[in-house]
Design a protein around this ligand. Structure first.
Ligand code: BGC
Length: 252
């Protein structure tokens, strides 16, 4: 069983064929730099190029780094603001007709971790957090996704949590892992004041170095690193597109 996923990020757009039985990429993924400015039309062009380069004609899952409801982008924290209010499904449909399922990037990563990775067979409340340019979140209740949670934007000491706690903050300010872990700890403190998950899965590139910072956290909730790491978005998008029936457009 094969699927196809594309992950739209602020710096790169990545896509690959996916083995949906095992939750793995098939062959090498293709990565193309995100056009700058990251406007919708040039980004759609890159997505279509990636899909075409594999000769894929089936359903395609596409992630977006913002709130995605019924194919429309509602926020754009780390990409061009012109995405807000844009019908991404319609834009992509014009280039890759009838095949696209769009969803939030962290939701896609969470879907993959719940099926194939660190959240496999986990009931209860599971929170996946992705640390990258921002902080993405995906919340699951007994394996069911509560879509479009935006916990990167909870207020921590007067600003968006992701401002201090994202992986980008560590790089921007050249923080050591222990220094950055203190920030993540503070962020998780605030998050835990309002949410009592049973498990927190931490993803994004920094999950590869989880041993350097996860043991320093003082959360009451167990924290485990993601297992699919950078491929989670692509895999989860492909799975979502495969499993969700094609949506009726609201306007028919
Ligand atoms: C966005 C989220 C996204 C996350 C990771 C945040 O700034 O608001 O929608 O999931 O970044 O890309």
């Amino acid at each position: 069983m094969q699927g196809f996923g594309v992950d739209i990020g602020g710096s790169g757009i990545k896509g690959c064929l996916v083995d949906l039985e095992h939750g793995r990429l098939i062959g090498e993924r293709v990565r193309i730099e995100t056009p700058q400015p990251s406007l919708p039309d040039p980004v759609y062009g890159v997505v279509a190029r990636i899909v075409d380069s594999f000769g894929w004609t089936g359903r395609v899952g596409v992630t977006f780094p913002g709130v995605m409801k019924h194919g429309v982008a509602h926020t754009a924290a780390n990409v061009d603001k012109s995405w807000i209010g844009t019908d991404v499904d319609a834009g992509l449909d014009a280039l890759i007709p009838g095949t696209v399922e769009t969803l939030n990037d962290a939701d896609a990563a969470g879907i993959a971790e719940m099926r194939y990775g660190a959240g496999r067979d986990r009931a209860g409340v599971v929170l996946m957090l992705t640390f990258g340019t921002g902080i993405g979140s995906a919340l699951f209740v007994d394996g069911h996704l509560v879509p479009n949670t935006e916990f990167g934007h909870i207020q921590v000491d007067g600003e968006d949590g992701e401002r201090q706690g994202a992986a980008a903050a560590r790089e921007r300010e050249d923080l050591s892992y222990p220094e950055w872990a203190r920030r993540v700890d503070r962020y998780l403190d605030v998050l835990e004041a309002g949410l009592w998950p049973d498990l927190i899965i931490v993803g994004g590139g920094v999950s590869k170095k989880a041993h350097k910072w996860v043991p320093l956290l003082s959360t009451r909730t167990p924290v485990v690193p993601a297992q699919l790491q950078n491929d989670a978005g692509i895999v989860g998008a492909a799975l979502a597109a495969h499993e969700r029936p094609e949506r009726e457009r609201p306007d028919g």
